[in-house]
Design a protein around this ligand. Sequence first.
Ligand SMILES: [Ca+2]
Length: 292
Amino acid sequence: MGVASGYGSTKTITAVKDTITYCFAAYGSSNLALNKPATASGQEAANNIPKAFDGNSGTRWASNSSSNTSWIYVDLGAPTRVSAVNLIWESYAKSYKIQVSNDAVNWTDVYSTTTGDGGNDEITFPATTARYVKMQSVLKNGFFGVSLFEFAVYSEAPSPLSAVHFIKLELKDQAGKLVSDNLYWRSLDNKYQGLNTMPQVNLTITSTTEQLGKKKLMKVKIVNPANSTGIAFGLHVQLLNPATNERVLPVIIDDNYFTVLKGEEKNITIEYDPALVSGEPVLDVKQYKPGI
Ligand SMILES: [Ca+2]
């Protein structure tokens, strides 16, 4: 399916005891410039420098100058990998540069344009290491100076999400032990049509069976190879009677209708009564398809 190009991107959150909610962007990396100290060629009292870095696209920095060459830079605190900037303009520069530096004196251009048209500029450039990231105006557009609602800096370019996408949440304790593991699917348009066009994935399935009193216990390992075509969504596991192709019932399966991401595996057990099956049961694993 249209798996987000950000597939596999992860975000680790260090939660504090009693912190029960945490908001985070479900894509790309986080904004490195958020609430970081910054410097500019000038500012308006009401529209001051921090307002370009407050994560609020309703507040802005204004240069308070009619100069063409206003500038603003953020201090990330330490040399940091950067490869993308997002500018949300109020009053834009037609011609401007993005520059980086490690001493706020010597600046290197990583991006420049002479055809700026304001709005939202999502800029990417080859990854580099820098402590300071600057927007240097060369030619403003409006009568007044330049003004930015937001100036965000990323180590990785934010990836656009497909309409339907998956969110995997893992909760680990301080020792790194997995406490809970949940997978969610979400649709930006509330239609979930993308689930119907996901490719069927070639899974590697192996099983062993052992006697468990009068019952038998089948241990099943389902692997979604790292180079597969995508996510194995909504896997339905059942045992079939080889003679009739009918389901063997009842069986006790410790999980069902689960999803296995690329490069991951799932282990389940199926307990059944061999008296209900003539011969060896057939293990049937089906991925979600519309209509079944
Ligand atoms: Ca703002």
